[in-house]
Design a protein around this ligand. Structure first.
Ligand SMILES: NC(=O)c1ccc[n+]([C@@H]2O[C@H](COP(=O)([O-])OP(=O)(O)OC[C@H]3O[C@@H](n4cnc5c(N)ncnc54)[C@H](O)[C@@H]3O)[C@@H](O)[C@H]2O)c1
Length: 283
């Protein structure tokens, strides 16, 4: 089986790489710095060792890690048959990565876009292979979540859809078919909720714990919106709301200033050790 390129070794790239490796795929994990890749492998080692304890399958950590190689720079993914991209939710960052991938990879390589909100057709347009670009909105944490949104772009070919379905099935994921629209289904709704929950804290209506308590105790949700923000990444929430705001030019997506301040201050949630809540260790 040929190697799968996973670009971006943050919250999502780590989960996608682990999920692929634990389902028997060889992976090359790519980021822009050696230190990030080292930390990513350490996270995967920790998560695979803890898998059983956290309600997942029993995993052989060494075996999973043996299927993952790493590379600084996208040239490391040049031989991949499929690339799953998970870089920062910022159009300039994504555009640069796709232009580089398009130049490095074989014309038959499929590009899977993992984005919270950016339209797939917009990504495909910066490549010379729009038929081979498709969106898969993975959920976090990737190995634990059974389903994804599958989003063909305007030009995505039926063959690309089928190859992606086959890969998702091999990863143990159910695909929910969704049309290409900024934010898709999940984040048209979720980002509004999280942004409005941040406004409640910003305006002093309730503190974060009380906002989340309403959702957990009154609605029976397993997590409140601000716990969810910390899990996703407060910076990623802000960037996603900004993408929605810019795309729809609709004031209902106006980003909460508190999200901006927290992002500037490095309060990015679990991954930085502090967000709406404080965590003993990052990760
Ligand atoms: N966090 C979530 O819950 C979640 C869920 C679904 C989808 N997404 C989407 O997945 C993508 C990644 O999100 P994340 O939460 O993992 O973000 P993150 O900030 O945790 O990680 C992004 C990674 O991309 C890397 N990166 C940036 N520029 C790069 C480049 N030029 N080359 C290689 N690597 C580069 C960064 O160094 C970082 O490690 C985003 O588009 C996000 O919207 C996130």
């Amino acid at each position: 089986m040929s190697v799968i390129g996973v670009i971006g070794a943050g919250v999502m790239g780590v989960g996608v790489a682990q999920n692929l490796a634990q389902t028997g795929h060889d992976v090359v994990l790519v980021d822009k710095e050696e230190g990030i890749l080292r930390e990513a492998l350490a996270t995967i080692a920790r998560n695979t060792r803890m898998s059983r304890l956290m309600g997942g399958p029993a995993l052989d950590s060494d075996e999973v890690l043996s299927r993952i190689s790493t590379s600084v720079g996208v040239a490391g993914a040049a031989k991949a048959a499929v690339v799953i991209e998970n870089v920062t939710e910022n159009w300039d960052v994504k555009r640069e990565v796709y232009e580089a991938l398009d130049a490095e990879c074989h014309p038959d390589t499929v590009f899977v876009v993992n984005t919270s909100a950016i339209p797939i057709t917009k990504v495909a347009a910066v490549t010379r292979r729009p038929g081979k670009v498709i969106g898969v909105h993975f959920m976090n944490p990737v190995p634990a979540k059974p389903a994804v949104e599958l989003i063909p772009g305007f030009h995505t070919s039926p063959e690309t859809v089928q190859r992606t379905r086959d890969l998702l099935q091999a990863m143990g994921k159910k695909a929910v078919d969704v049309k290409d629209s900024c934010g898709f289904v999940s984040n048209r709704v979720l980002m509004l909720t999280v942004n409005e929950a941040a406004y409640l804290v910003h305006e002093g209506v309730a503190d974060a714990a009380s906002v989340d308590e309403v959702f957990r105790s009154c609605f029976g949700h397993p997590m409140g919106p601000l716990e969810t923000a910390d899990l996703i990444g407060v910076d990623t929430i802000l960037y996603s709301v900004e993408v929605l705001y810019e795309h729809y030019a609709d004031s209902k997506y106006r980003p909460c200033p508190l999200l901006k301040q927290m992002t500037d201050a490095g309060l990015h949630g679990r991954k930085s050790g502090r967000g709406f809540y404080t965590y003993a260790t990052a990760g």
